[in-house]
Design a protein around this ligand. Structure first.
Ligand code: GRF
Length: 197
């Protein structure tokens, strides 16, 4: 059963980090606008000032922040992201297609407060190219996982998963499309449960 925030409960302020099209961010923002949502999106931040998802967030009234890490040391770049998140009052962070590895220092500062969505049934296929790897392995199912972010790449506690059956005619692209539809359903649901627990 879906968790429902207590009536009148103060909503948690969520920050979302993206690098690209931001379809999972859109699903999270859309779900946050339900009266029962346990969270509101206080900031969408990106390492890519021209990320298409940022434009969508702006058009939809969500505060945004962008800073390119090019030509500056990583700690300086992450300090800017961290300051923007804290200035917006962010209490938890959702990574949604954020294509940059967070440093151990950043993860430590936000320990237990960052979640990510990954397009595989973890612990299988950490890292990139997950759909092709599932097809090459001859798996019967693929899927997606929402997990806590730790210093280990795609290695933190798994909070929820959704499975998709692999069809003999699947290509990495066709599989990615079906898994993505599940991501959009899974991420808001798991985030809601996690923030209510
Ligand atoms: C998704 O497949 C997500 O699982 C992975 O990166 C992709 C991001 O897509 N981490 P989008 O930007 O949310 O559309």
């Amino acid at each position: 059963m879906a968790e429902v925030a207590a009536p009148g409960a103060v909503k948690k302020k969520l920050g979302i980090l993206i690098s690209g099209r931001g379809s999972n961010m859109m699903a999270l923002v859309t779900a946050s606008r339900s009266p029962d949502s346990a969270y509101e999106v206080a900031l969408v931040a990106s390492d890519k000032p021209d990320a298409p998802g940022l434009a969508w967030a702006k058009e939809n009234g969500v505060p945004t922040f962008a800073h390119s890490p090019k030509n500056i040391p990583k700690p300086e770049y992450e300090a800017k992201i961290d300051s923007a998140l804290r200035a917006a009052g962010v209490e938890a962070i959702a990574l949604a297609g954020y294509m940059r590895l967070l440093s151990d220092e950043f993860v430590a500062k936000w320990r237990g407060k960052i979640v990510n969505i990954h397009p595989s049934l973890l612990p299988l296929y950490k890292g990139l190219d997950t759909h092709r790897r599932a097809l090459v392995a001859g798996d019967s199912h693929a899927g997606c996982s929402v997990h806590i972010v730790t210093e280990e790449l795609d290695g933190g506690e798994v909070l929820g998963q959704a499975e998709v059956r692999i069809d003999a005619r699947d290509t990495p692209e066709s599989l990615a499309e079906r898994v993505l539809a599940e991501e959009h359903r899974l991420y808001p649901q798991v985030l809601q449960e996690w923030l209510c627990r």
